[in-house]
Design a binder for this molecule. Sequence first.
Ligand code: SAH
Ligand code: SF4
Ligand code: F3S
Length: 429
Amino acid sequence: MKRYYIETFGCQMNVHDSEKMAGILKSEGYMKTDSVQNADVVIFNTCSIRQKAEQKFFSELGRIKSLKKRRPDLKIAVAGCIAQQEGRGILERAPYVDYVVGPQNINVLKDIITSQSDFVFTDDNPLISETELPIERKDNVRAWINIMYGCNNFCSYCIVPYTRGREESRASGSIINEIKELTDRGYKEITLLGQNVNSYMSDTNFPGLLKKINEIDGINRIRFVTSHPKDLSDELIHALKDMEKVCEHMHLPLQSGSTKVLKLMNRKYTYEDYTKKVEKLRKIIPEISITSDIIAGFPQETDEDHKETVKALTEIEFDGIFAFKFSPRQGTTAYNMDGRLPDKVKSERLYEIFEVQNIITERKNKELKGTIQEILIEGKGEKDTGRFTGRTRTNKIVNIPSEDNAEPGDTITVKITRAGRHSLEGDIL
Ligand code: SAH
Ligand code: SF4
Ligand code: F3S
């Protein structure tokens, strides 16, 4: 039997695309292996969001060259966002690569693994939203589901619109069918995936889609990523409030607390617009947790601008953030902007951002001590330690030392007994 090895870089979108590529290979009779040495097909599913991600992939790719030399029959495919961006350039740089397949073309994998020569598949493919592929999911309790592909926003720093193409929403019927199949197989939580889920629009809009999903029996929890602040409507906020299965968590990337920088980023909202939406969210759904993304050291960001970001963190009090140093991406508008900052300045600003946020995250977690939470068990700890891990509806990780017999997929009620920055601990009630 032939074996495949897939290495995934980047976001949930890529993680899920890897599940689809695994599904295709499995249906072609391939088996999964965790060792490159044993593989007949190796796929790198790549990410180009920041330079670091890109470098990591190219060094991995360099490492496999000798293996291909020893085993010329080994097939190497480069998929994902670097594949889309570099196209044939990858074959020029690494002639031992067999296939280059962009994210809109993973469906071709089925046909190419049996062929012999170099192939590059990077054409725009709006039909991706209508293509149903077999999926080999990693988890048995929680599932990712694409509801839309691509992005139309062109934030000035971001490569995604160039690698994933224009927004295409998937028909609601097809999404509902997929979720129903998952519930039949025992899945309890679904996460709807899109670069900007609140601009979903097919036969219904995003709140309409959530309503349809909320009616499906068997699903306990509905999550979604990512939301763009400019498209967060009152209709959506009220819909979230009314639907019992939709979890009280929103990832709402702010990027910067300076309206000047937000304009340079082409984010299409001011800091005030953002805070008004957060106020509304918290007024209508008081228990909601809000997480965010921040970019440190965007071109032309002054000390004052940076201070506004730090102030924003203390004003808004996110439950958690991801923060990154600005990384210039060729092809984006920000790549050619004046006023790039030295790495040292970016590092210092990033450090300060984490320093301020860490205290807030920890304090917010500590506030949960003594509260009663609904936890969906995701996994068991090491053998015989009697530990479970799961998440609150607000997406906080909870470790549960317990003698009780519970299984991944069970929903339990716990009392939070301890809280740290990264996780909580609780006792089963
Ligand atoms: N569509 C999602 C995900 C985008 S990528 C969204 O809009 O949030 C995830 C995060 O990576 C972004 O929110 C941004 O904070 C960060 N990011 C994107 N491009 C970047 C770049 N060139 N340099 C640094 N961070 C970047
Ligand atoms: Fe990138 Fe902006 Fe689109 Fe998110 S919304 S993927 S940050 S362009
Ligand atoms: Fe995701 Fe990286 Fe592409 S973050 S969309 S895999 S550039």
